[in-house]
Write a protein of this length. Structure first.
Ligand code: PRT
Ligand code: ZN
Length: 301
């Protein structure tokens, strides 16, 4: 059954789940979700989805139970240090950064604690769910501290007297603030990544590699579309040379005549970079009007 169907592991529930399902759906992967399903047959492509805890995804790929999966870089880094480094390097490849679930793994201490650098952590007890990454950071900075590994709610450890500092994921910083903690050093920046077995992209052509390449092309298209905008506006014909300097990342614009005038044109462009209000105001300053910015749903180049 496994042979020719691509198996993708994603988180069953939690912060990565929605974005993963959304990405798969944007890639045209149709699945029928039932509440407790751990395994799902894709209806329109030779793909199966496995729903698991995020921590299990790297090992499922190392063991070749799955061909690829989506996981946070924080988990991958911790697993890299946990497994023998070369073993993981030999069997897993980061194929694509996906841009969602951005966060950072940071050191935080109670607001009243002085912190002048990593050496301030000497002799302290630090609570974390990432003992390997923390241990790596401490040894890099030649700090000797006691690592207390706990599986959740790390941020309350200092209040409970269990730890003097923590090493935990931070996104907005609100959780730290609510627990009277301050972020003092960032160990690792993280986002969701598509990982796969080392041979998934190898030259050996088989139907699995083909389906993987198709999905990868679609993922690239989805990400490019998310970053891009379709911009339409009217502008004086004479301003054409400046337009491309105002809108960097634009493909060659489509120029159309406007009924009843020869000195004004309609311009349609795809901008592959974010379009900010300042950019639109600059267009307005060179005489552009009726400016519309539209999202792009799909993009194939
Ligand atoms: O059950 P399972 O093991 O699958 O899930 P989990 O409980 O281990 O992970 P989950 O769902 O909480 O997070 C999955 C992944 O989302 C993480 O491994 C990160 O890659 C990513 N991610 C992105 C985050 C956050 N942002 C995040 N803010 N993971 C956790 N947090 C927590 C953090 O631990 C802290 O408690 O949110 C709090 C801080 O958030 P802010 O916004 O207050 O700073
Ligand atoms: Zn987890």
């Amino acid at each position: 059954m496994k042979k020719n169907r691509l198996r993708i592991a994603i988180q069953k529930s939690g912060r990565l789940n929605n974005d993963c399902l959304d990405l798969l759906s944007r890639c045209g992967i149709k699945i029928h979700l039932s509440k407790n399903s751990l395994f799902c047959h894709c209806e329109n492509l030779p793909i199966d989805i496995l729903f698991v805890r995020d921590d299990d995804i790297p090992n499922l790929i190392i063991d070749e139970v799955c061909d690829c999966g989506i996981v946070g870089e924080n988990i991958l880094f911790e697993k890299t240090l946990t497994n023998k480094y070369s073993e993981l390097e030999d069997s897993i490849k980061v194929i694509k950064k996906l841009g969602f679930s951005q966060c950072r793994l940071s050191i935080a201490v109670p607001i009243a604690t002085d912190f002048t650098g990593p050496l301030s952590l000497n002799g302290l007890r630090i609570a974390t769910t990432y003992p390997q990454t923390l241990s790596y950071y401490l040894s890099q900075h030649k700090v000797v501290a006691k690592i207390t590994t706990i599986s959740g709610s790390v941020e309350i450890a200092p209040r409970l007297g269990m730890a003097d500092a923590i090493c935990d994921l931070v996104a907005t910083g609100r959780t730290l603030e609510e627990n009277n903690l301050k972020e003092v050093d960032c160990i690792l920046q993280s986002q969701a990544v598509l990982i796969g077995t080392n041979n998934i992209l190898s030259a050996v052509q088989n139907s699995k590699a083909e389906i993987f390449e198709l999905i990868l092309r679609r993922i690239n298209g989805v990400i490019k579309a998310q970053e891009s905008k379709y911009i339409m506006f009217h502008a004086p014909r004479s301003s054409l040379p400046i337009i491309s300097t105002i809108l960097p990342g634009c493909e060659t614009p489509t120029i159309m005549p406007l009924e009843g005038t020869t000195d004004k044109i309609a311009v349609h462009v795809v901008s592959t970079e974010g379009v900010f209000w300042g950019t639109l105001e600059k267009l307005q300053q060179i005489g552009a009007s009726s400016i519309l910015v539209l999202p792009i749903e799909k993009m194939l180049n």
